[in-house]
Design a protein around this ligand. Sequence first.
Ligand code: MLT
Length: 406
Amino acid sequence: MIKLNENFLKLTSSYLFAEIAKRVAAFQKDNPQKEIIRLGIGDVTRPLSKACVEAFRKAVDEMGEPGGFRGYGPDQGYAFLREQIAKNDFLPRGAEVGVDEIFVSDGAKCDTANIQELFAQDITVAVPDPVYPVYVDTNVMAGRTGSAADGRYGGLVYLEGTPENGFIPGPPDCHVDLIYLCFPNNPTGAAATKDQLKAWVDYARWEKALILFDAAYEAFISDPSIPRSIYEIDGAREVAVEFRSFSKTAGFTGTRCAFTVVPSSCMVYDSNGKAHSLKDLWNRRHATKFNGVSYPVQRAAEAVYLGDGPAQIRETVNYYMTNAKLIKEKMAALGYTCTGGVNAPYVWIECKSDSWKFFDTLLQNAGVVCTPGAGFGKCGEGFIRISAFNSRENVEKALERIGAVC
Ligand code: MLT
């Protein structure tokens, strides 16, 4: 008899964005004439930049020539891409990242989901609340939690993000082994300062813990004093892995390219306390379970850093951030307290009611899809998230409709 991994039965509901898609599809079926504006899932809508498209096309042509064809690529990704990443994303910020410490992949979601495989079953895991659900769900699937009760899983340490702490929780006063942090934050849009990140790095060094730092939204930071990488903090190379993505930065949600940095100084410990290189272990896993991102996609990602690429990418990021500003201004004018939208493409709005109810109200009365805060955890109840990843026209139309409803 084929037996089930019963940890899957502990999962409380379907994946948040699948549940939203289901509700939206049901509404659309009942109201086929109604035009729906999607400001829910953070899926980009602007086309790829010209620089990326040209590089992509050129690489596809190369693949069709006997002299340019390539089969399996290098396990960690092509050096041409990793070199540009190290040179442009980290060096100018004073963050030391070696080309050999970068692992190109098909998504930060997959990497943040997969990396927990490297750690023992009985570690203590800390997750923010509200939180990107992937961090929690993958630890549930792996059996690191008890069952769910009252919106929380037994065994996890929840780091509460509240209006009082500006949605930036500090280190707990207990020991944990693995810490998930995401800044600029999804869903709240809050961005941590150097001092706030330093407190985490110091904690992790003291506790011999590891920080999994999701920086998928770093391109949206507008405040120059906000760190874009955790490696801008002294000591982070010993205790932090960083996840980055081209999805939101360069419109690659459908094209798929991301990378993870695992510094060679990051260690994990066996049951005898002996240190092992996390980078070597991640490399081992990557080589066994992943066959790389296609050559044309890696060339398209490289174009983000070359010639007209950076200016084109910046223009798209600015476009979304103007949307974010409009969303924040309108919701504030309607009397809602808002966070985010300045260093992140998400606006986190206190809706002062049941967040799924508010979601349904906006969907049914305004034809606008948002993301209910409760889907991100208990502390998300009473909030909704509005994403800036749509056209200006749709954002303006959605805000007008929300204004009429609220
Ligand atoms: C989100 O809306 O939170 C993100 O788009 C989800 C993701 O990047 O996987």
